[in-house]
Design a protein around this ligand. Structure first.
Ligand code: Q9C
Ligand code: ZN
Length: 344
């Protein structure tokens, strides 16, 4: 399968994140994609650079003031103190209920809180460049599929599905899957389904399309009562306004077996077919894997082949976008299994 890689992903390499109040090494690290690219090369998948500028599509799925903040955030961080070059910024204050989010504070850390849902999304010097090149890769994969290629894979990090219209979160900055879906729409698809199989609910993608009927969002994920992102992803979130009925959440308890997971996948596929989608985006998180260090589903590597096989039976032009998955050394096998299962 043709794979669009992210030539700038290594520039996004924060060192640590917080876990239970302690600073720990980042789970979302450059080696993740190095393993996937290595496996793709070994198994003979073509790897190409992005050839589309996603700027116009980014403006359709994200707020302009958020994009402006992200693009200049590191510069503003350094302007506070040149020594910040080796310090990671973290938010420490957020505009929750009753507080105002319409006025951008001048204070950098306050502004970072305005545009963040958590303190778990560290930035580094090359974050904007990496995230933007990843969005370009997603737009490129979708544009290629819109031109008639059956399927394409966007192999990128940082991931995207937790990033909402105007906020980052869960290691995500720009919503690559939304960029792919919106690109398919712009290039002629009437109805696009986004199916998110990452262990964590794709809150950002859901929010971006929640009031739209032209993009159906379906997510199967760890129940938010116990799993990140906690504040979205329940079964009663079905869409609003014109989007009423076009959002489907399939929360599953932590510890769910592969058999039950595939039952949910079947429901997701039936809804996609009923919608008569003419384009499909898969938010391909690989953290439903039994060996994932921060997730609690039980898919074996061979189950990722089954996943690819089932998705192929939808017979739709398909864009795969890499999301999470933190068992770094196994990501290559699991990603390639999905693509090979799809193509066989
Ligand atoms: N700091 C994705 O899989 N972080 N994001 C929990 C404690 C939240 C995962 C670790 C996990 C986000 C794209
Ligand atoms: Zn995840």
């Amino acid at each position: 399968m043709i794979t669009f890689h992210n030539p700038l992903h290594q520039g996004h390499a924060p060192v640590h994140e917080f876990f239970r109040g302690e600073r720990v090494p980042c789970f979302e690290k450059p080696e993740r994609v190095d393993y996937v690219e290595g496996a793709l090369r070994t198994r003979g998948h073509a790897m190409v650079a992005p050839d589309v500028d996603s700027s116009a599509v980014l403006a359709q799925v994200h707020a302009q003031r958020y994009l402006a903040f992200l693009q200049t955030a590191w510069q503003r961080w350094l302007a506070l103190d040149p020594a910040n070059a080796s310090v990671q910024p973290f938010p420490s204050v957020w505009p929750v209920r009753t507080l105002r989010s319409d006025v951008e504070p001048d204070n950098f850390v306050a502004r970072l809180g305005l545009y963040s849902m958590d303190n778990g999304t560290p930035m580094a010097a090359g974050t904007w460049a990496a995230a933007k090149a990843g969005a370009d890769a997603a737009a490129s994969a979708a544009a290629r599929v819109a031109l008639g290629t059956r399927a394409a894979f966007c192999c990128t990090r940082p991931p995207g599905h937790h990033a909402g219209p105007d906020f980052m979160g869960g290691y995500c900055f720009l919503n690559n899957a939304s960029v792919a879906a919106q690109t398919l729409r712009n290039q002629g698809a009437q109805r696009v389904a986004v199916l998110d199989v990452d262990y964590h609910h794709g809150n950002g993608t859901q929010s971006i399309f929640y009031d739209r009927s032209d993009v159906l969002f379906i997510s199967m994920h760890g129940d938010p009562r116990t799993e990140y992102p906690f504040y979205l992803g329940h079964a009663d979130e079905t869409g609003q306004g014109a989007g009423a009925g076009f959002n489907l959440n399939l929360p599953l308890p932590a510890g769910t077996s592969a058999a039950t997971w595939f039952d949910a996948l079947e429901q997701a596929c039936l809804r996609t077919a009923e919608y008569r989608a003419d384009g499909l985006v898969i938010s391909l998180g690989l953290d439903a894997f039994e060996g994932d260090p921060i997730s609690r589903f039980a898919l074996a590597s061979s189950d990722f082949t089954r996943l690819g096989e089932r998705l192929a039976r939808l017979s739709l032009p398909t864009v795969f976008v890499l999301e999470g998955g933190y068992a770094a050394a196994e990501l290559g096998t699991n990603a390639v299994n999905v693509l090979d299962g799809f193509e066989q």
